[in-house]
Design a binder for this molecule. Structure first.
Ligand code: ZN
Length: 392
């Protein structure tokens, strides 16, 4: 009588889990321990032996690690208590030599096995799920818990929280992010991020803006869209209004944020690839005064024009040198006082507006400087409107 295809010759030195795992791909609705036990039961019957006698006291592969499943679950649960979450995923770190030993064993019997890493993660996850009544999520868990099998410890990584909104910047000399070193005061990123990280109890924060802005440029009007990422947050279900209020109170007349909502990493990608149309308020000083009519007709001649913009000298070190074609969509004179002119300009996404004004030594043509046929100085530049692509 032969019940089973092939008994592994290691049958008497393995635990039921490790024995069953050799044939993990055989049969459904079974744990590996079920499989191992079944194989051993039949083996004992065939050999007419006592079941307990054909079982190893200490498994030669895993050292009876499966007896400690509950201990691992409790270690993880203790660490998870520090976090707010709905779903989780368990991973394990285990000695590499054990994995190699297991691979050889599985190859020997036809490669129907499953890795001990998988089984441990799954079984510990199942037990935790029962104990704390939260679900395992394989794709997008709130918490990823890595359990170290050799050290009996657990390490937690909490999925980033993303919040989106718009910001206005009322003061010059404030950089957009803290990575724009050596100039300016505390960045917009820090002014929002430090308050958010504190409330979410996270590890770090990053501001993803809809485009960059020079340190000396104000951000007015409807504000610039941004998404703030908070990494490894302990809390994740906060009332965003309290962050909005705290940022606005502590940064009165400096920056202001509004319309905070929860977002996600996909929206960060979208934000970065979206092309926003911007309207600027530009104040220039001409070398010599010209009549209103001349100024008007020359500036208006730039409206709807496609300009050629070679990569500006000031950024050439970090970007490839090429010519970009950009449309000047609208140009309006707002105010004139002697040689000082205030102009509102709406342009294509990615237009270098300072270079469009002064011409960048002929690298941008035509430019305000070239049509006025004189040198011009930029007094100030502000962003006054940013439109989402769908708002065009
Ligand atoms: Zn074992």
């Amino acid at each position: 009588m032969k019940y089973f295809m092939e008994y592994p010759e290691e049958i008497e030195e393995l635990c039921d889990s490790c024995l069953g795992r050799i044939y993990a791909m055989k049969g459904h609705g079974l744990t590996n321990m079920d499989r191992g036990r079944a194989i051993r039961v039949i083996y004992a019957m065939e050999k007419n032996m006592n079941y307990e006698e054909v079982k190893a006291e200490k498994c030669s592969l895993c050292n009876n690690i499966f007896n400690d499943i509950e201990k691992f679950a409790d270690i993880a649960i203790e660490e998870m208590k520090n976090y707010e979450f709905k779903t989780f995923l368990i991973g394990v770190r285990i000695d590499q030599s054990l994995l190699e030993k297991e691979k050889i064993l599985h190859e020997k019997y036809g490669n129907f096995g499953e890795s001990i890493k998988n089984e441990l993660s799954r079984e510990i996850g199942k037990l935790i799920s029962i104990k704390i009544k939260r679900d395992v999520d394989l794709k997008k868990p709130d918490l990823t818990v890595i359990i170290d099998i050799d050290y009996y410890s657990a390490e937690i990584k909490s999925r980033s929280v993303f919040i989106k909104g718009r910001y206005r910047k009322y003061v010059r000399n404030i950089p957009q992010t803290r990575w724009m070193h050596d100039k300016g005061e505390k960045s917009v990123e820090e002014r929002i991020g430090e308050i958010a990280i504190n409330q979410f109890k996270g590890d770090n924060f990053y501001l993803h803006g809809a485009g960059r802005e020079d340190v000396d440029v104000l951000m007015l009007g409807n504000g610039r869209p941004f998404i703030l990422e908070i990494t490894n947050p302990r809390l994740r279900y906060l009332d965003l209004k309290s962050i909005e209020n705290e940022v606005n109170e502590k940064n009165k007349n400096i920056i202001e944020i509004e319309n905070l909502e929860y977002s996600n990493s996909k929206e960060v990608e979208k934000l970065k690839s979206k092309e926003f149309i911007k309207t600027y308020d530009l104040e220039i000083e001409m070398e010599r005064e010209i009549s209103y009519d001349e100024l008007y007709s020359k500036l208006k001649s730039l409206e709807n024009m496609i300009i050629d913009q070679r990569t500006p000298l000031r950024v050439i070190k970090s970007r490839s040198d090429k010519i970009r074609k950009k449309k000047i969509r609208k140009i309006e004179i707002k105010n004139i006082e002697g040689r000082v002119v205030e102009i509102e300009i709406e342009t294509d996404p990615g237009t270098y507006i300072k270079e469009f004004a002064h011409g960048d030594n002929g690298r941008t043509t035509p430019s305000i400087s070239s049509v006025l046929d004189q040198k011009i100085k930029i007094i100030k530049l502000d962003v006054v409107k940013i439109l989402e692509p769908e708002e065009r």
